[in-house]
Design a protein around this ligand. Structure first.
Ligand code: NAD
Length: 508
């Protein structure tokens, strides 16, 4: 008789105030592998009380000052040591990330884990460039005085992140916060908490950060999230996720006028000019759309191809899309893995059906890939044509392996169509004429534009959205400054009372 092998289920705890703890309620929930639909971990189902406890720990550590009062050089050096430790202990993180998020092992081992550690290190390094003290020019109006700007940490910073790039998103929230002397509380997506907890474990192992400077709590969004946004002891909220939740966070943050940065959704336009290198643009457009099953906020999911090359471009794109290997993300031969959850799978399938109903031509994909069996949230790479710009599939973020291809005839027209979106996260232009490409790039109302490339997020560059794609920027010195306050200090230079004529407005 065959032996039934139960999948191994690992139990995790939350990291609060330097200790590993369960939820205050004692509740746990199960974490699912989206490729097998099996339970792979059990995690505390934290709630408001856990969030309040983590915020209190962060506040205590901030007020105690052991971290914020270090010099920038000391903080950066400690973060370098942590980054070295992350490198040593992260051998199995790519596999955990693949099993939990459905990201292919090709992606998690080449991009997610090594880049997350490099971003942690680089943000610590870039923090050395932020001026903590800037003298202002001497001024004698209203009175001779010496003025300077002092930069300070914001305080307690909470980070709320989605499920698509769990380790990367954890680093994008924790690293800039602590680099600038703040204390941090991170809430990963309930679907993908594992690598954020491994990150916390590794930080804890170093013993280099004072208690309470980094906290990671797990559980459903609404209760925890509302505490992390509403608690008066929180000074800044950094959120990555959907535009709908971003709106809710902004509303909640308004009650206590919190500093908020938001990285939200997108529907990025990918413009392929008549003079593009077609083979490169086809590969680039497939990469722009199907990398991580299209579950990337800046995916190039609206492709505009010049009419003179449209037919050849589309034929090549569809041929290659059909040849992509969809399968087990932990297998190095898989190019496309499953989407994250049953809910996301159903949402994407419904969007494809809607596109079909709106008159779209499903050039390839449009359902489960052949041979996928009935387990796992797999969707075949889907290319759709024949839809107007105003159709749902052309406007809404589908967040799955679905791309809509349109044709265009002139540059002014395509720029207007590309900008005709409520989103403004990213865009791209393919052309052999760099001057033309840059000319188009400058007209796109988006936070990032790639010329003859896609997905090249750069840790030195600001990342964020125009319009409803977000508020503020992450990464680079632009992102680090979001984690500071600036204070103007005015020092009188001994101006005699008789010359203080503004006093006379009240006193003469
Ligand atoms: P989501 O908005 O549902 O959830 C994001 C996070 O917010 C999760 O941790 C969730 O638990 C939490 N949350 C949910 N409701 C909350 C509430 N009321 N208060 C506080 N927190 C709450 O998004 P998702 O489904 O996890 O992720 C997919 C979305 O994220 C997509 O729309 C995508 O475009 C966006 N995204 C944007 C970026 C970016 O950088 N711009 C990056 C990745 C994902």
């Amino acid at each position: 008789m065959a032996t039934v092998v139960e999948p191994q289920v690992t139990t995790y705890q939350q990291y609060i105030d330097g200790a590993w703890v369960g939820a205050a309620s004692g509740d746990t929930y199960e974490v699912i592998n989206p490729s097998t639909e099996e339970v792979i971990a059990r995690v505390p189902s934290g709630g408001r009380a856990d969030a309040a406890r983590a915020v209190a720990a962060a506040r205590r550590s901030f007020e105690a000052g052991d971290w914020r009062n270090k010099t920038q050089a000391q903080r950066t050096e400690i973060m370098y040591q942590i980054a070295r430790h992350l490198q040593e202990v992260s051998g199995d993180w790519a596999m955990v990330e693949s099993q939990n998020s459905g990201g292919t092992i090709r992606k998690t081992s080449v991009a997610d884990v090594p880049l997350a550690i490099e971003h942690f290190r680089s943000l610590a390094e870039q923090a050395l460039q932020i001026p903590w003290y800037e003298p202002l020019p001497w001024i004698d109006i209203p009175n001779v005085s010496w003025n300077f700007v002092q930069r300070e940490p914001v305080g307690v910073c909470t980070g709320i992140v989605p499920w698509n790039f769990p380790i990367m998103m954890a680093v994008w929230k924790i690293a800039p916060a602590i680099a600038m002397g703040n204390s941090a509380v991170l809430k990963p997506s309930p679907l993908t908490p594992l690598t954020a907890l491994l990150l916390a474990r590794a930080i804890d192992e170093t013993g280099l950060l004072p208690r309470g400077v980094v906290n990671v709590i797990t559980g459903p969004g609404t209760d925890i999230g509302e505490e992390l946004v509403g608690n008066p002891d929180v000074d800044k909220v950094a959120f990555t996720g959907s535009t709908a939740t971003g709106r809710r966070i902004l509303e909640m943050a308004a009650q206590t006028i919190k500093k908020v940065t938001l990285e939200l959704g997108g529907k990025s336009a990918n413009i392929v000019c008549a003079d593009a290198d077609v083979d490169l643009a086809v590969d680039g457009s497939l990469f722009a759309t199907f990398f991580h099953q299209g579950q990337v906020c800046e995916s190039g999911t609206r492709v505009y191809v010049h009419e003179s090359i449209y037919d050849g471009f589309l034929a090549k794109m569809v041929d290659k899309a059909k040849s992509l290997v969809v399968g087990d993300p932990t297998d190095f031969s898989s190019q496309v893995g499953p989407v994250i959850s049953r809910a996301q799978y159903d949402k994407i399938m419904a969007a494809i059906e809607r596109a079909r109903g709106d008159g779209g031509v499903i050039e390839c994909g449009g359902g489960r890939p052949a041979g996928a069996g009935d387990k796992g949230f797999y969707i075949a790479p889907t290319v759709i044509t024949g839809l107007p710009d105003g159709s749902a599939a052309s406007c809404d973020e589908i967040f799955g392996p679905v791309v809509v291809v349109h044709r265009f005839s002139d540059e002014g027209e395509v720029v207007a169509r590309a900008n005709g979106s409520m989103y403004g996260l990213a865009g791209g232009v393919w052309s052999r004429d760099t001057r033309r490409a840059i000319g188009i790039a400058k007209q796109l109302r988006t936070g990032t534009v790639w010329v003859n490339d896609w997905h090249m997020i750069n840790v030195l560059a600001p990342f964020g959205g125009y319009k409803q794609s977000g508020l503020g920027r992450e990464l680079g010195t632009y992102g680090l400054k979001e984690y500071t306050e600036v204070k103007h200090i005015h020092v009188d230079q001994g101006v005699p009372r008789a010359e203080r004529f503004f006093y006379d407005v009240v006193l003469s």
